[in-house]
Design a protein around this ligand. Structure first.
Ligand code: F0G
Length: 454
């Protein structure tokens, strides 16, 4: 049955509450049918995200106790720098309080009005920062990326022909950088291959354009390269990660995903790039040796970066995801395949065929799933999309319910509970109705937006 095995033991636990369905309905009404607005006291299994919710190791907690508190020149930051150099192969490091703060700094520094950033696919915050600075994005995946039920091992690959076309059409002077996202989040945590990244690098070199790598999920992408790309099956995690990072001019990451529970950063080997980015760190984040992150968290990031090289740690979440995805797939419940990282992605477009995209099928499915299970997932569909420059709705390519499986947090019986409840909801899917906005914030509307049943 391919049971995933935990290569760790649980030594600190947190009690969970499974509240009655009547209370869950109240909670949904109070929270505008938006799972971001639920309170954890009403949530049984919190599968909203893996961001800041991966389990910390004993080594990380230990390191946090001996952090060096100093406004400037903290030794904790020196450890962070060393870990970034050892694990990501970049010697200049700028700390930022989280991933989107790194995106803010990169976007403000390099994007001018009218610029275009070609990328494999957007992430919500990365797109918002580019458009806030007057730029636009072009998403250049291969068609296969949008096939829900697929066997393609690298759906996160950039379409190289489209990339060349985009550069010719927009002019290389209007392209500040090409962005590649490891384990492409919004299409179901799907990796790119190193062969593809090398091809992107070649195009970047040909036109003299920088390559920026969003490394928030680089460990998982590297693990899937080891599993799926022949050239790398006998390589170590360290070798694979280095191969990836050596191809990028700038790397940034959300440390909330990459290695710990808080923080972020930008790194490069190019001193000129570093100097361009540097002034914005004290302006928006904090002094250059803490960048808005507590020194304790910085210690945990440093240890966590080394732990990213441990295959038994990094494989835990992908293996649990694979187990759940395969179990659902076997029952004919549409999920993104092959299993990716970060979470199990359920295809609400297909399950809620009776709900038009104007009524947010993935949002409706996420709310219904919470109601019948107490499991909180996240809408990754049109609610998470932003309106275009004229204020029109833009409908998402995919309407997904993401059930995040943070590292080393849930047990197999909890995963089986999710499987059981999803099966029930799938069998009773005609009970689910659409939603409409009652409150729509102007930026990143999915976070605090309110909805109601149509
Ligand atoms: N890039 C990627 C690929 C991400 O997945 C995230 C966050 C960010 C950047 C922004 O980082 O949250 O530290 O500011 N993803 C979280 C998620 C929020 O739930 O998928 P942040």
């Amino acid at each position: 049955d391919n049971i995933p095995l935990e290569l760790h033991k649980v030594r600190v636990v947190q009690k969970l509450h499974l509240v009655p369905i009547e209370r869950r309905l109240e909670a949904l009404k109070e929270g505008g049918f938006n799972t971001f607005r639920l309170n954890t006291k009403d949530v049984f299994l919190d599968m909203l995200t893996d961001s800041g919710t991966n389990a910390m190791s004993d080594q990380q907690l230990g390191a946090m106790m001996i952090a060096d508190d100093a406004y400037a020149g903290s030794q904790s930051f020196v450890k962070f720098q060393k870990a970034v150099e050892d694990v990501l192969g970049k010697k200049y490091l700028l700390p930022a309080h989280q991933g989107r703060a790194a995106e803010n700094i990169i976007s403000r520094t390099f994007i001018k009005k009218g610029d275009t950033v070609p990328m494999n696919y957007h992430f919500t915050t990365s797109m918002a920062h580019i458009t806030e600075n007057g730029g636009k994005i072009e998403e250049l995946l291969y068609d296969e990326a949008f096939v829900i039920n697929s066997k393609h091992p690298f759906k996160g690959n950039m379409n190289i022909e489209l990339l060349e076309e985009s550069i010719k059409k927009n002019g290389k002077e209007n392209i500040p950088f090409i962005r590649m996202e490891a384990s492409t989040n919004l299409i179901g945590g799907q990796p790119f291959s190193i062969a593809n990244l090398r091809d992107v690098r070649k195009v970047a070199d040909k036109y003299g354009i920088m390559l920026v790598l969003d490394a928030s999920l680089i460990g998982e992408n590297a693990y899937l390269v080891m599993q799926r790309e022949e050239e790398f099956e006998d390589k170590t995690m360290k070798e694979i990660i280095h191969e990836m990072t050596s191809l990028a001019d700038i790397i940034y990451f959300s440390a909330r995903k990459l290695s710990s529970s808080r923080g972020g950063g930008i790194c490069t080997n190019d001193e000129k790039i570093y100097k361009k980015l540097e002034p914005l760190v004290p302006l928006y984040e904090g002094f250059l040796t803490y960048g808005g992150i507590s020194v304790r968290e910085i210690e945990a990031i440093a240890v966590g970066l080394y732990e990213t090289l441990d295959e038994t740690m990094i494989s835990q979440s992908p293996k649990f995801i694979e187990y759940l995805v395969n179990a659902l797939d076997k029952k004919g419940i549409p999920v993104v395949t092959p299993a990716g990282v970060l979470g199990c992605h359920v295809d609400a477009m297909q399950i809620c065929k009776h709900i038009p995209q104007t009524q947010y099928p993935a949002g409706a499915f996420a709310a219904a799933f919470f109601l019948i299970s107490g499991v909180r997932g996240m809408e990754r569909g049109s609610v998470s999309n932003q309106r275009d420059e004229d204020g029109n709705e833009t409908y998402a390519d995919m309407e997904l319910l993401r059930l995040a499986i943070p590292r080393r947090v849930f047990t197999l019986s909890q995963i089986k509970y999710v499987e059981d409840r999803l099966t029930w909801l799938y069998d009773n899917r005609e009970l689910i109705g659409g939603l409409r906005f009652t409150y729509e914030p102007p930026v990143l509307r999915f976070f605090m937006g309110g909805l109601e049943p149509v």
